[in-house]
Write a protein that binds this ligand. Structure first.
Ligand SMILES: Cc1cc2nc3c(=O)[nH]c(=O)nc-3n(C[C@H](O)[C@H](O)[C@H](O)COP(=O)(O)OP(=O)(O)OC[C@H]3O[C@@H](n4cnc5c(N)ncnc54)[C@H](O)[C@@H]3O)c2cc1C
Ligand code: FES
Length: 272
């Protein structure tokens, strides 16, 4: 099936001051998206902005594609102006997906990162310990939906307006403390801002060195700027560890987030 298709806007509405939900009905048959995959959505019908923008699949139900988005600049502002009945160009589903969890797991979402992780929580209901952090109460979205499909939910906000005050990674550190372990999760899935992912990398390194730790794997969804979304422009590359062979040892190579990602093993990324 072609990844290039047109879709009709079913509805497009604000959930609160920051977030909106867009529901699209594809006008042709499409491949079924997996949690972690994304679509390039045409942002408006003019040449400004010219490029499509990447958005994680938030929900796929009854042949409706749903996207949870936050208005940031020109592209997302144009997206917010789509009205019921408007037709847009779409490419997807693109990229790889989150590996299937083998039991209970931890999901770490920072801000709009919840859009990418919620389908995983929904596919594997009541198996996730969800850690979800945002700047303040208004920037948390879909909390009730997330709570309803998670085993346990931990919320933090920077200003303490909802949940615990502080960083979500600090709550994760408490939870992972081997002397207080009450869970059987061995894998972490994460999506959110780069500083959160860098801190997670530091946490994972110390977990791996700790013989009492249960955590053995961690997968992160990377959010790089994208131009083409299909592997052609090299605009979305990240540095990952190279492969050592008998003949050569390359310390690092570039991988395209849109093609080889967006989901990577956290240990493979070179965090600078
Ligand atoms: C694989 C993937 C999945 C994504 N899923 C979602 C999603 O489900 N919901 C959602 O709201 N957003 C998502 N994003 C981010 C979204 O694509 C950007 O917010 C959007 O492209 C911004 O376009 P714009 O024209 O409105 O803003 P621009 O004018 O292009 O930029 C406005 C501001 O946003 C920053 N920005 C732009 N793109 C990104 C990016 N990729 N990462 C971090 N900062 C960025 C810019 O640096 C600038 O400060 C995803 C990004 C990727 C790569
Ligand atoms: S966005 Fe063009 S190669 Fe990834």
């Amino acid at each position: 099936m072609s990844k290039y298709f047109k879709a009709k806007t079913v509805d497009n509405f604000s959930l609160n001051k920051h977030f909106s939900l867009l529901n699209l009905s594809p006008l042709s048959d499409i491949d079924i998206p997996q949690p972690g995959q994304f679509y390039m959505l045409q942002a408006g019908d003019t040449c400004d902005p010219l490029l499509k923008r990447p958005f994680s699949i938030f929900r796929y139900e009854d042949n409706l594609l749903s996207f949870l988005y936050r208005i940031r600049g020109k592209g997302t502002l144009s997206l917010s102006r789509l009205k019921s009945g408007d037709i847009i160009n779409v490419i997807g589903p693109l990229g790889n997906s989150y590996p299937v969890p083998d039991g209970d797991f931890i999901a770490l979402a920072g801000g709009i990162g919840i859009a990418s992780l919620l389908p995983l929580l929904d596919r594997f209901k009541n198996r996730a310990y969800l850690f979800y952090g945002a700047r303040n109460k208004e920037e948390l979205v879909m909390i009730d939906a997330a709570k309803g499909i998670s085993k346990e939910t931990f919320i933090t906000t920077d200003d303490g307006s909802e949940g615990k005050k502080g960083l979500i990674t600090d709550s994760l550190i408490d939870f992972l403390n081997p002397s207080r372990i009450t869970h059987h999760a061995s894998r972490i899935y994460a999506c959110g801002p780069t500083p959160m992912l860098k801190e997670l990398h530091r946490i994972i390194k110390s977990q791996i060195q700790n013989p009492k730790s249960q955590i053995i794997e961690c997968y992160v969804s990377m959010e790089e700027h994208m131009a083409c979304g299909v592997g052609a422009c090299l605009g979305c590359v990240v540095k990952v560890r190279g492969q050592e062979t008998v003949d050569s040892s390359q310390k690092w190579i570039y991988k395209r987030v849109c093609k080889e990602g967006p989901v990577f093993d956290i240990k493979d990324i070179i965090w600078e």
